[in-house]
Design a protein around this ligand. Structure first.
Ligand code: NAD
Length: 309
């Protein structure tokens, strides 16, 4: 029988692509419940799903921040049984911490961290009873290392990494697998939404130096990073499809080989000094070198693949 896959945040980006790719699986291994907070935004998904709509793909409402919405969504799934849960819904936040209210920061955690936890609490008893299941979490390379002016977003992804790595150990006893997927920059609405927020944001209580570092150093470097090594949501979805198809899925998978030189900096020096000092120097001392490096990664003249294939 096909496996039931529940995905959060399917109105756009990675979630939409993943839902469509799984629903169009040539071997028809999946029954996809593609969920979104606002059903008013379902046209793009329905158009992309084509003939799969109503066959291997159904669309359902789900706000990961609401207990009622989660309960309602699961009650519509036959037997309430989810074989594969993909925690994809998420939101970004950039800017100096002085300019972000605690309420805004809590909102990020409510969606990115507690949203995933809420869904897991809802599906886990069934998975444990059936002694099978797979929980995929769309984390980020920012779940592995901090990035300037992404403090709260990175913290929410680090929280996911710690939570799900811990859970993974216990769940092996139940034949349930966890996979943390860590994309680098992905060209979706995500970046656009963030930049729109930033362009109108005031960032109160922030000193002029910090604002200058944000606007004149971080923002241009971030745009360059998306332009040069940004992946498509299709590529990221393809990686996730492969992971879902595995009998023994990995705990962690980065999706972007072009980004790996940056994650390697932390891996080779556990003290963390190499990563912090190098990224600091690249941003503040040698921004031209950073741009050149990114372009070389994009054109392929710098090695991108680390470790065994
Ligand atoms: P996106 O903005 O297109 O997709 C995010 C989706 O989450 C949207 O459809 C949004 O409506 C949904 N969402 C937000 N709050 C929700 C809620 N309360 N309930 C249900 N849905 C909600 O961006 P994306 O790039 O496709 O992001 C998907 C995931 O990938 C996110 O978890 C994001 O953190 C992660 N990610 C993105 C990038 C990137 O550069 N775009 C990089 C690494 C990781």
């Amino acid at each position: 029988a096909p496996r039931t896959v529940l995905i959060s945040g399917c109105s756009s980006g990675i979630g939409l692509e993943l839902a469509v790719q799984l629903a169009r699986d040539p071997r028809q291994r999946y029954q996809v419940v593609a969920t979104m907070r606002d059903l008013g935004k379902k046209e793009a998904l329905e158009a992309a799903a084509g003939e799969a709509l109503g066959q291997t793909l159904t669309v359902a409402q789900l706000d990961v921040c609401s207990d009622e919405s989660v309960a309602q969504c699961l009650s519509c799934i036959q037997g309430g049984e989810v074989d594969v849960l993909v925690n994809n819904a998420g939101m970004g936040a950039v800017g100096p911490v002085e300019g972000l209210s605690i309420a805004a920061m809590q909102n990020i955690f409510d969606t990115n961290f507690f949203g995933a936890v809420r869904l897991v609490k809802a599906v886990l008893p069934g998975m444990k009873r059936r002694r099978q299941g797979h929980i995929v979490v769309v984390s980020s390379v920012m779940g592995l290392q901090g990035v300037m002016f992404n403090d709260v977003y990175a913290a929410s992804k680090f929280a996911l990494e710690g939570f799900f790595e811990s859970l993974a150990i216990q769940l092996l006893q139940f034949n349930i697998f966890i996979s943390l997927v860590e994309p680098g920059p992905v060209v979706t609405e995500f970046e656009g939404k963030l930049l729109a927020q930033v362009s109108t944001a005031e960032f109160p209580d922030t000193d002029p130096d910090t604002l200058r570092y944000f606007r004149d150093f971080y923002l241009p470097a971030s745009r360059e990073l998306f332009r040069s090594v940004g992946q498509s949501p299709q590529d990221v979805a393809q990686v996730i499809v492969k992971i879902i198809g595995k009998a023994r899925p990995p705990l962690r998978r980065q999706t972007n080989a072009r980004y790996s030189p940056l994650t390697l900096l932390k891996a080779v020096d556990p003290s963390g000094v190499l990563y912090v000092r190098t990224t600091h120097s690249l941003l503040f001392r040698w921004p031209r070198l950073l741009n050149l490096g990114l372009r070389c990664l994009a054109c392929g003249c710098l090695p991108t693949r680390v470790g065994p294939r």
